[in-house]
Design a protein around this ligand. Structure first.
Ligand SMILES: NC(=O)c1ccc[n+]([C@@H]2O[C@H](COP(=O)([O-])OP(=O)(O)OC[C@H]3O[C@@H](n4cnc5c(N)ncnc54)[C@H](O)[C@@H]3O)[C@@H](O)[C@H]2O)c1
Ligand SMILES: [Fe+2]
Length: 429
């Protein structure tokens, strides 16, 4: 394992702002996680425990591949009846989930197997909800809107990025509202996550890069998220409770695994060791942010995604260094820990300032743009993006440094120009 020495660091990190000292920590996760090359062949026996009729939702690209045949063969070898749905679309339209749920109902579905990227797994989460509780996706928008357990879901990711196989959220594009909306509930966490890095070998470099940047943003934003007072009611009242020692540990290991594997996987797609590291990082990032929550980079990406039509991971990856520069003053130790994982050395004060640059250089080597202007965002868009980002309260209020409208505008403006030094460093916003 690369950089296992970093495991010692999170024990110290949380103490600086209270939570480590109180010992409060939370982790929500699938009941079972199977990780490793070849694990796709376990889906059959896992499914047979849940029921006899499986509805398999598969990414259209994967549906023609031999690896998917292995999943089907393992289901059939356990006498599980299979109905296959290939209607996965990148920006999950809310209406699609309704149509697919109706089809799944006609098949007498007892469990769902999702084989695909975040778009596929998110579709499966919404379908599992509609099958059990009826209605339409908008009935469940926001936090804790899902009234009880959903149809069991076995999630088999084929990208290494979203970590959706381990998270309590599905992201839906609502045409009426003209925006992407989250459905967040612990009931949405898949029953089982089966993470087989061999399934990601066919990802083209641009998918590897965007998904990997998303995973890095999940780890960094979890590690630097707001830390809340640990009360018995907090996990009842919030799906995303903020960082704690458990999520810090996962996030740091996730960053290490990405540094070890992501650039190699991008350059050499068939390198299984690199694919294994990146898929591991994606899983850890999902586990970390699924409990801690993400923050400003995710809040600001949503309007940018609407405006430019760029992939989620490209937007969060581009924004991440600028958000880190803004948050640095509140998270010196954590930024220094990140810089060390990227190979830098020196005192915390110096290292923290280098972390955003190291992350930007790392992502830029994967083709993630260094500026928002490179993906079509102009100065005229800054005010609207900042306003929308701040309004995504679930995310923006999880940022360690208060994200005022003026601050959000300054961060986005700096990202448009590619000027990390223009990000406001002191509390003057
Ligand atoms: N639920 C969550 O926790 C969560 C977290 C982050 C992002 N998201 C959402 O996930 C979506 C993005 O998911 P994603 O980044 O996994 O991409 P994706 O699922 O949209 O897939 C991207 C592209 O890669 C292709 N693809 C997938 N697997 C492949 C493989 N193994 N080989 C070749 N091609 C493959 C797909 O066909 C598609 O064209 C966004 O809608 C985002 O909002 C969800
Ligand atoms: Fe994300």
């Amino acid at each position: 394992m690369p950089l296992t020495g970093d495991v010692a660091q999170p024990m110290l990190l949380g103490e600086s702002d209270g939570g480590g000292a109180s010992g409060f920590a939370v982790l929500r996760a699938p009941s079972e996680i199977l990780f490793g090359p070849g694990m796709r062949r376990s889906v059959g026996w896992l499914a047979a425990r849940e029921g006899r009729r499986a509805y398999v939702i598969v990414d259209p690209y994967l549906s023609g591949q031999e690896e998917f045949e292995h999943v089907l063969a393992s289901l059939r070898s356990e006498d599980v009846e299979v109905a296959i749905c290939r209607d996965v679309e990148p920006e999950l339209p809310a209406d699609l989930a309704v149509t697919v749920a109706a089809d799944a109902r006609r098949h007498g579905t007892e469990l769902i197997v999702a084989v695909g990227g975040g778009s596929c797994i998110d579709l499966a989460k919404v379908v599992a909800t509609l099958l059990r509780h009826g209605g339409s996706p908008s009935d469940y928008y926001g936090e804790f809107g899902v009234p009880g357990p959903v149809v069991p879901l076995i999630a088999v990711p084929t990208t290494a990025g979203t970590g959706s196989e381990a998270t309590p959220v599905a992201v839906v594009a609502d045409a009426t509202l003209g925006m992407k909306v989250g459905i967040s509930s612990p009931h949405l966490i898949p029953r089982v996550a089966v993470c087989d890095p061999e399934l990601t070998i066919t990802c083209p470099p641009e998918v590897t890069a965007a998904a990997g940047a998303d995973a890095l943003a999940h780890c960094v934003e979890s590690l630097t998220a707001r830390q809340r007072q640990g009360t018995p009611e907090l996990p009842r009242d919030r799906v995303f409770v903020g960082r704690s020692r458990l999520t810090d540990t996962l996030a740091l290991q996730g960053i290490s695994a990405l540094v070890a594997g992501l650039q190699v996987a991008y350059r050499d797609p068939t390198n299984l060791s690199a694919r294994t590291e990146t898929m591991y990082a994606s899983l850890l990032g999902g586990l970390a942010f699924g409990t801690a929550g993400t923050a400003a980079a995710h809040a600001l990406q949503y309007p940018i995604g609407v405006l430019t039509g760029t992939a989620h991971g490209v937007g969060v990856g581009c924004l991440l260094p600028y958000v880190m520069a803004y948050n640095q003053v509140e998270r010196l130790e954590e930024m220094a820990a990140i810089a060390r994982i990227f190979g830098a050395s020196g005192p915390d004060g110096d290292l923290a300032g280098r972390a955003p640059h190291l992350v930007r250089d790392f992502l830029s080597a994967l083709g993630i743009p260094r500026t928002l202007s490179a993906i079509g965002v102009s100065t005229e868009n800054v005010a609207w993006i900042a306003e929308q980002g701040v309004r995504a309260v679930r995310l923006s209020e999880n940022n360690p440094r208060t994200l005022t409208l003026a601050a959000a505008s300054a961060v986005v403006a700096a990202a448009v120009d590619g000027d990390l030094d223009a990000v406001p460093a002191a509390e003057d916003q």
